[in-house]
Each structure stands twice: as structure tokens, then as C-alpha cells.
Design a protein around this ligand. Structure first.
Ligand code: ADP
Length: 426
């Protein structure tokens, strides 16, 4: 393994893995820290944690556990991945986790940059922009858990770091890799431990990559990944995203109510392919769990004779108005939990019927289904839409899956996904 990555949330982990694959690496993503050694021959592993907003001490403990496993598997460089809006507070977790990893690796200097120009995240003079506006004008200032009220990342990072924080600004970036390497030496000599890096284009990130060669720890959003595989002589290639041949039946399980997913369900139905909808408003009384079980059985008996003909869609996706009614009836959290449990049971049932090609829509829904299917590792394949790749889970015969969170994907995503899988010669 060349690059060992620690991501502070699940969908961010896939985003990073996707960028690495597109830049030529074969990548495996794990959910949590694996208990066994790495079983596949890959260039990078992304360990996905859920450590973004948990207490800093727990985030540190989990990250160090991930680090230990990655080093045991031979990782030459460690990449700590956080959100491209630098989601954190003065209590952490970006600063404290970065410092704990530096201490463990005996690393004197690292960089920090959430720049991801393809997603509109750019850093200029140390200030983070989301699209055309500063981070603290982007809506992130009102985030319920990590309100970002200052766009100056040098200040933000300094508030959560013991080490001195510096800046590699755009004037250095524009002078090329050698100038960046020189600046890093100078910052280190000045006692700087972490430097924010300006980047406003993919070119900047590609110029930065070679200057990071040999740095034991890199901390960044997923953007910096595009400049790293070249340090091992790797370049974009179809081999990086090659997955085993897809087998088994096809199913789409959708629990996302985001607008994009609503559009994808609507589009899928226009194709005439079969679909089955959960109607939670029909649930009532004290034995809801049993009603859910009965609905799951209905959905599975409906799907059974159809699977041989092509994909089936089983969904809870609904519009905002109906969702509000369901949430008013059961409470927001309870409704979500029940729906997730229903869809997880559906996925387990579909697996028993022979489904091995999955489109799962919804971040939380994906989490519930992946857990039900006992998937702990997946290899990352070709991108279907930006940020959403096909994956292959080698264990427990789970097969191929794509986890589409919220607002990702074009309206024809549900049908296009299977075409891409076939088209890739997978
Ligand atoms: P997204 O990625 O779009 O945010 P998630 O799966 O993360 O999607 O979240 C959607 C949440 O809404 C889940 O908890 C899901 O169980 C819940 N949900 C989906 N459909 C319904 C419904 N019809 N009624 C109530 N809750 C629902």
C-alpha cells in the first residue's frame, strides 16, 4: 500500500477514493478500522470513520487506531481527509487529530488545505471560498454542529492547534513545485508546523503534489488527492477503476428524499421499469415494527418474480409535504429510524433473492443497508456521476454497489448506473 487515508466521514471517504482512482490508484475503502489485514492488492486504502463531530479525544483515538492499522499494512504516506468546508470548531476535530497524527508519525511539518476547485472550494490568501462567496457567507456560518464564522483558515487552524500555523500563498504556488518545496523548508526553519495552502485550480493541486513527496502526513479535503498518485509514477488509467465482472440481479433501494433523488425516482418510473413504494402513513398503533415486517415481505414477494427481467426499485423517497406528515405522525427521528430499518431489511431480503448489483440512494440509508449486508470493505471503480463511483464488496458475496447520497446524480442515474457497469466491461 502506498497511500493510507483516514477520512472523518463515510461519504467524504468515497469522494477521496474516487479522486484517487481517477488519478490512477487502485483504491479500497473500509468502513471503520478493519480487524484483519488488507486482503486486496491496492495502491491506497481509505479508512472511513465517523469522527467529524464526535468529542476530540474520541476522534483522536479512532484516528490513531486507523493510523496503526494503515502503517501495519505498509502505508508510506498518510492522508487525513476532512470536509472541503473545513468543518470544525476551536475544540476540533481537524487541529487535534492533525497534531495527534503528527506526534505519532514524528512529523515536523504538514499542510492543510480543503481546496477542491472542481467542487467550487478554493483557497486564496488563506481564505476559503465556497463558490463565489467566502465560507462565512456560504450558509456554513449557520451549520448546526460546526458553524464556520471565519473564512481565514490560518486563524481557524491556529485556534485549534498548539503548533504554529503558516501559509503557502498563491504567489508561491504560481512559481511552481520547486518554489513550494523551498517555501516548505523556510516555514519549517521558522518553526511552522502546519501550513495552509492556497489553491484555486486543479493546476495548483497538480503543482503541489510533487512538493508533498515523502511528507509523512498530508491533511486536506479530497482535492489534493489528484496531485499525489504521480509521486509513485501512477497516472490515470482504466486499470485503476477495473472491478470484477458484475453478476446477479439488479436492485435500487432508495430512502433519500432530496430533490435530486425525487427526480431520479420520477425519471425511473417513466422508463416503465417496476417500482414498489413504502407508504409509512399507513402505519399506526403500537405494533409498527410488525407492520414494517409485513410491508418488507410484501415488497420482497412483489420483487421476486421480476428480478430475472432487470432492475427493480424499492423506495421510501417522497416529497417534502408527505415527509412532513410522516414526521408529524411519528416524530422525525423515529420515522427516519423505522424507514432505515425497513430498507435495511429489504436489502437483506433482496440479497437472499440473488441481488448482487445495488444502487442505494441516501447517505443514512446507505449506512443502514451497508451494515445490514455486512459490508466492511469495498474496492472503488468507475465514476457514474461526479463523486459517485461503482464499488465492489469482495466479502460476503455482496457484489457491486453504488452509494448515492442526497443531491448527487443526474435524473437518469438509476438506469444509467447499470449501463455504466455493463459498459465498463465490468
Ligand atoms: P439524503 O442523502 O438525501 O440525506 P438519507 O438516507 O441520508 O438521504 O436521509 C433520508 C432520511 O429520510 C432517512 O432517515 C430515511 O429513512 C428517511 N425517510 C425516507 N423516506 C421517508 C418517508 N417516506 N417518511 C419518513 N422518513 C423517510
Amino acid at each position: 500500500m502506498k497511500l493510507g487515508c483516514i477520512a472523518d466521514d463515510f461519504t467524504g471517504a468515497t469522494d477521496l477514493a474516487n479522486n484517487l482512482v481517477r488519478s490512477g490508484m487502485r483504491v479500497m475503502q473500509t468502513f471503520g478500522v478493519p480487524t484483519a489485514p488488507l486482503s486486496s492488492d491496492v495502491d491506497a486504502v481509505v479508512v472511513a470513520l465517523k469522527s467529524r463531530t464526535i468529542p476530540a479525544s474520541e476522534a483522536i483515538a479512532q484516528s490513531l487506531e486507523a493510523l496503526k492499522w494503515l502503517k501495519e499494512q505498509g502505508a508510506e504516506q498518510i492522508y487525513f481527509k476532512y470536509c472541503s468546508t473545513f468543518d470544525s470548531t476551536p475544540a476540533g476535530n481537524i487541529g487535534p487529530v492533525t497534531e495527534a497524527l503528527m506526534d505519532a508519525l514524528n512529523c515536523k511539518f504538514t499542510i492543510a488545505t480543503p481546496a477542491f476547485p472542481d467542487n467550487g472550494r478554493t483557497v486564496f490568501k488563506g481564505y476559503l471560498f465556497a463558490g463565489a462567496v467566502l465560507l462565512n457567507e456560504s450558509g456554513m456560518q449557520n451549520h448546526p454542529l460546526t458553524p464556520m464564522t471565519d473564512a481565514n483558515l490560518v486563524r481557524v487552524m491556529q485556534a485549534q492547534t498548539q503548533r504554529k500555523v503558516g501559509l503557502i500563498d498563491h504567489t508561491v504556488m504560481s512559481r511552481g513545485t520547486a518554489a513550494i518545496a523551498q517555501k516548505i523548508k523556510q516555514l519549517e526553519a521558522d518553526g511552522v508546523g502546519v501550513a495552509i495552502v492556497d489553491a484555486t485550480s486543479n493546476e495548483d493541486l497538480k503543482t503541489l503534489g510533487p512538493a508533498l513527496k515523502g511528507m509523512s502526513l498530508v491533511t486536506a479535503g479530497s482535492g489534493v488527492a489528484i496531485g499525489l498518485p504521480g509521486n509513485w509514477g501512477l497516472q490515470s488509467s482504466p486499470q485503476a477503476s477495473a472491478l470484477p465482472i458484475a453478476q446477479g440481479y439488479q436492485a435500487i433501494v432508495s430512502g433519500s428524499c432530496s430533490l435530486a433523488t425525487q427526480g431520479q425516482v420520477a425519471h425511473y418510473k417513466t422508463t416503465g421499469l417496476p417500482s414498489w413504494q413504502f407508504e409509512p402513513l399507513n402505519w399506526s398503533g403500537t405494533n409498527v415494527q410488525q407492520q414494517i415486517k409485513a410491508d418488507v415481505e410484501k415488497a420482497l414477494s412483489w420483487a421476486k418474480p421480476l428480478l430475472a427481467n432487470g432492475p427493480v426499485l424499492i423506495y421510501a423517497t417522497t416529497d417534502a409535504e408527505t415527509l412532513q406528515k410522516v414526521q408529524a405522525k411519528f416524530g422525525r427521528e423515529q420515522a427516519g429510524e423505522w424507514m432505515e430499518s425497513a430498507l435495511a431489511q429489504v436489502s437483506l431480503g433482496l440479497q437472499a433473492l440473488g441481488v448482487k448489483q445495488w444502487v442505494i440512494a441516501g447517505g443514512e440509508t446507505s449506512g443502514a443497508c451497508v451494515q445490514a449486508l455486512n459490508i466492511s470493505q469495498m474496492q472503488i471503480g468507475a465514476q457514474i456521476d461526479p463523486g459517485v463511483p461503482w464499488c465492489y464488496a469482495p466479502h460476503h458475496d455482496a457484489g457491486h454497489l453504488t452509494l448515492k447520497s442526497g443531491n448527487f446524480g443526474t435524473p437518469d442515474f438509476f438506469t444509467k448506473a447499470f449501463q455504466v457497469l455493463v459498459g465498463a466491461g465490468a
